[in-house]
Design a protein around this ligand. Structure first.
Ligand code: NAP
Length: 277
């Protein structure tokens, strides 16, 4: 009889707390050197309640590690020209180190175009075409926060990525694509799945490392895993009982070597990585 695997839960909260403590130390060193703390300016256009919560959380997190943050709040009917002008001014302002344009923008404003206007070196979200391109080319750049958090959690799980089979489910510019590029940069053999993948389970069963970034609760269950796989669940869907991941957590117990929970896995890493950026 095969011995059952004891599945470890990867504690994203604890890893994120360590990362934040490291950032607080770097902030203090920056302040010693420059006579001021590093600074982040966020831009929120419109009244979307979820975006409002996200932006407030980012300011709170900045304050906790000593990063100075300021907030530009603009009405939903702000013109593209006005927003572009504001981004240009912040790009040129030497006292602003990071700029975060909260997405999605209200209808009528082009997310890609306006986000792409942020200077690459101030693009703390790592979403400009220049930073995205650098990741694809395996060159240094600012890495988007969630993919960066995913890679840290994989490292925390003790995975040897070189030569490993890695499967990423999801191909968004925000998560799936950068995760795939980062895994490739670590010499994993990477397969990316998406909504047109013919037999998802057949592909996921190859994975030594499986990263799911879809947003369909329970999409991945234990029958779709290779025994001993490390599973990182990026999916977060708000259900009646709270946040739900893509992975059927109970069903992967005894099959996966390690799995990130939702909540408490990738989520806490995202803001910690933003602070690091
Ligand atoms: P997205 O832009 O909607 O992308 C979802 C991806 O999943 C797409 O590539 C889509 O394929 C693929 N997909 C959809 N249904 C599928 C299926 N049945 N089988 C295989 N692939 C399927 O979403 P996202 O922005 O990448 O976010 C993904 C999830 O991560 C969401 O739940 C989001 O809330 C969560 N998230 C969490 C954090 C965090 O901090 N924890 C951060 C960001 C995002 P196609 O390309 O073919 O449409």
């Amino acid at each position: 009889m095969e011995a059952s695997i004891e599945t470890r839960t990867i504690d994203g909260k604890a890893v994120a707390a360590e990362l934040r403590a490291g950032v607080a130390g770097e902030v203090a060193a920056f302040e010693n050197q420059h006579g001021r703390p590093p600074s982040l300016t966020t831009i929120l256009v419109g009244e979307d309640p979820a975006s409002n919560v996200y932006v407030n959380n980012k300011h709170k997190a900045c304050a906790e590690v000593g990063i100075f943050s300021s907030d530009e709040r603009l009405p939903a009917d702000t013109s593209a020209d006005y927003l572009a002008g504001l981004i240009d001014d912040l790009n040129a302002d030497d006292t602003v180190d990071g700029i975060l344009l909260q997405l999605p923008l209200p209808d009528g404003l082009d997310d890609d175009e306006l986000c792409g206007r942020v200077a690459a070196e101030k693009d703390v979200d790592g979403l400009t075409t220049l930073n995205a391109g650098r990741i694809v080319q395996g060159r240094p750049g600012i890495v988007p926060c969630t993919p960066s958090g995913v890679m840290i959690l994989i490292e925390e799980a003790g995975v040897e990525l070189s030569g490993a089979e890695a499967v990423v489910v999801g191909r968004s510019n925000l998560v799936g694509r950068p995760v795939a590029s980062l895994l490739l940069a670590e010499n994993a053999t990477v397969t990316t799945c998406h909504s047109r993948t013919r037999d998802l389970a057949e592909v996921t069963r190859r994975a030594d490392v499986l990263v799911s970034c879809v947003g369909v609760p329970g999409l991945i269950d234990g029958s779709m895993l290779k025994p001993g796989a490390v599973v990182v669940d990026v999916g977060t869907t708000r259900g009646e009982s709270g946040l739900l991941g893509d992975v059927a957590f109970d069903s992967v117990q005894g099959v996966a070597a390690a799995v990130t929970p939702v909540p408490g896995g990738v989520g806490p890493m995202t803001i910690a990585c933003l602070l690091a950026n």
